[in-house]
Design a protein. Structure first.
Length: 416
């Protein structure tokens, strides 16, 4: 009995000691993050003032290279396009973990009165990639101080051409990350959640987006195409009759949004973005579909065929096809579960966000990974981080939150 009691006391003591060390480590990372926060804000604003479109991220690339070199990291910059990889090696051999940040900006003007507004007319970081790059560099700067405390290698992957959805695909297809032999990979996206919130879910975090095109073998009167559009929109949709998930602003609603178990974003199908065209020989109708259930996507074509037939156009349609069929972000369940065990601020998303997707999915097809949503909105300050909006703004406090939380998480993964 005495031996058993001694073992229990020893185990309890070890557990308390481990918990104390973990708390001390998190406090140390918090302090280090606070020390560099002002410099990270300045870095983010510099990125924001000088946005570059997909494929043209040359100045951005040079800034990233110089920053990584100033930290003493190894740098690989001879891969695909304007990609950059920063390498932080631990003291001993161990896992290879990737942290990915996208680099490119959007082809649209910024409608804010920010003092660090975009200097490039018609180009802006209206999706937050300037924030993503800053967070990645911040994590690298913090974790460099702990490189003797972890085993393995951290790879900071700065990926171009996300907005065109080809950068990750070409890095994978060109085997530009094969040599890294990554065991796992992580990334995030700042969005309209409350500042400081970090949200994730296993498996799909976004709805499946598909674009369908109906092509006819003869000219179809505009009125008939409009009728067909209305029939498709109402008959294939599966949404709440009072509040639709098509209203993306409801994503952060406490009663309807992603953070509520009864969210309207858990199970839906809706269509949007119709376009109609006709010439001397044929007519076309194209539209986007957002579906939460992958298994139901295969039924879309036959469902639309029946609607066409019911509208008396059976003899006139030529084909129905998917003209956009990108992969969807798929979070690894085991790694997501571990993130919940280790991260203090992490919240569960009970639904799948429509409209958005990320070519990070191409990395996940090859490497187990997790993609997080980071809150950047501050309603009290009038800051709304709604992506792809000309008035997109971010509360920069989210940078400090992300660097602190993900530095701690990645350090934990490197200590396994």
């Amino acid at each position: 009995m005495k031996t058993l009691l001694l073992l229990i006391c020893c185990s309890f003591s070890l557990l308390c000691s481990a918990q104390k060390q973990n708390m001390e480590l998190k406090q140390s990372i918090k302090n280090n993050t606070e020390d560099i926060f002002k410099s990270l804000v300045a870095l983010r604003r510099d990125f924001h003032q000088h946005p570059e479109l997909a494929g043209g991220e040359k100045v951005t690339k040079d800034k990233i290279i110089n920053y990584l070199l100033s930290l003493g990291l190894e740098v690989k910059a001879n891969g695909y396009g304007n990609s950059v990889i920063g390498i932080l090696r631990g003291k001993k051999p161990g896992p290879a973990i990737g942290w990915r940040s996208d680099m490119d900006a959007l082809p649209m003007d910024e409608s804010t009165d920010s003092e660090f507004k975009s200097n490039n007319k018609g180009v802006s970081h209206g999706c937050g990639h300037d924030v993503h790059m800053t967070i990645a560099l911040g994590i690298a700067q913090v974790l460099k101080k702990y490189k003797n405390d972890f085993s393995g290698t951290l790879y900071f992957i700065f990926q171009p051409e996300e907005e065109s959805f080809i950068g990750a695909k070409r890095m994978v297809e060109g085997k530009h990350i094969d040599s890294l032999q990554l065991n796992e990979i992580y990334g995030l996206h700042v969005t309209a959640l409350p500042v400081g919130d970090i949200m994730v879910r296993p498996n799909e975090i976004f709805a499946y987006q598909r674009r369908l095109q109906v092509q006819f073998n003869s000219v179809v009167e505009k009125e008939k195409l409009i009728q067909l559009k209305e029939a498709i929109s109402t008959q294939i949709s599966r949404v709440n009759t009072t509040t639709s998930p098509a209203d993306i602003s409801k994503m952060v609603d406490p009663n309807l949004g992603l953070g509520n178990p009864n969210t309207i974003f858990a199970d839906y199908l809706f269509v949007s973005n119709f376009s109609m065209s006709h010439d001397n020989e044929n007519g076309k109708l194209s539209f986007d579909v957002y579906e939460t259930d992958k298994n139901k996507i295969s039924n879309l074509v036959s469902t639309v065929e029946k609607i066409i037939e019911n509208k008396g156009l059976k003899e006139r349609w030529q084909s129905i096809s998917f003209i956009m069929d990108n992969p969807t972000v798929q979070n690894d369940s085991s790694l997501t579960s571990n993130a919940f065990q280790q991260m203090d601020r992490l919240k569960l998303s009970y639904g799948q966000a429509p409209y958005f997707n990320d070519d990070f999915a191409y990395f996940q097809k090859e490497i187990p990974g997790v993609y997080f949503l980071l809150g950047g909105s501050n309603i009290e300050k009038g800051i709304i981080a709604m992506n792809h909006a000309p008035n997109f703004q971010v509360d920069e406090a989210c940078i400090q939150v992300a660097v602190q939380e993900f530095s701690s998480f990645l350090l934990h993964r490197m200590k396994l």
